[in-house]
Design a protein around this ligand. Structure first.
Ligand code: IMP
Ligand code: MG
Length: 184
């Protein structure tokens, strides 16, 4: 049985995402022309956005990945995040750009930023495909944002529900009756 029929309309098309990646890539290129840049993609949601973005950054950069997960709904509010895969690279003195799929509560990125700051990078910025300001609980904003979204559960272009729908080449949402299934 296919679950693709639970998907709503397309909110952001592939063409729009590709165009936005070009704009943000150019912005990052200009801002960091004298820096030693490392892009850090947050698995797994950021994978599609990371590949599109990096094609458009004309710098001698390197990339790495991290994976992390929140402990659970009670500890999540205290900002406790577990690192499931740490970096393979040294980031000391480098201009770090964390590449994320979405900033929702901001708890994950708030924790990650503090964690990475301990390794003495030159700077830490965040480039997120999506921003959901209505969900914010931590005091954090991305430096580069692809698109703002309303307070709905987003899927596609890397973002999942229950590990599904990541491969959709556009941003959509789960229809109302299905989001009841979401448990934290
Ligand atoms: P945070 O709430 O900002 O810490 O977001 C943590 C993670 O939750 C994000 O990196 C996403 O993987 C996931 N997430 C938050 N909102 C959504 C959504 O609307 N759809 C799919 N994943 C989401
Ligand atoms: Mg994620």
């Amino acid at each position: 049985m296919s679950r693709i029929d639970k998907i709503g309309e397309v909110l952001i098309t592939e063409e729009e995402i590709v165009a936005r990646a070009k704009e943000l890539g150019a912005e990052i290129t200009e801002k960091h022309e004298n820096d030693d840049v490392i892009l850090i993609g947050i698995l797994r949601g950021a994978v599609m956005w990371m590949t599109e973005l990096m094609k458009n950054i004309n710098l001698d950069l390197t990339i790495d990945f991290m994976a992390c997960s929140s402990y659970g709904s009670t500890t999540k509010s205290s900002g406790v995040v577990r690192i499931d895969k740490d970096l393979s690279s040294d980031i000391e003195g480098k201009s770090v750009i964390i590449v994320e799929d979405i900033v929702d509560s901001g708890v994950t990125l708030n924790y990650l930023k503090g964690y990475l700051a301990g390794r003495k990078p030159k700077s830490i910025e965040i480039c997120s495909l999506l921003d959901k300001p209505a969900g914010r609980r931590a005091d954090i904003e991305a430096d580069y944002i692809g698109f703002k979204v309303d307070d709905v559960f987003i899927v596609g272009y890397g973002l999942d529900f229950d590990q599904r729908y990541r491969q959709l080449p556009y941003i959509s949402y789960l229809r109302e009756d299905d989001t009841d299934m979401i448990v934290e």
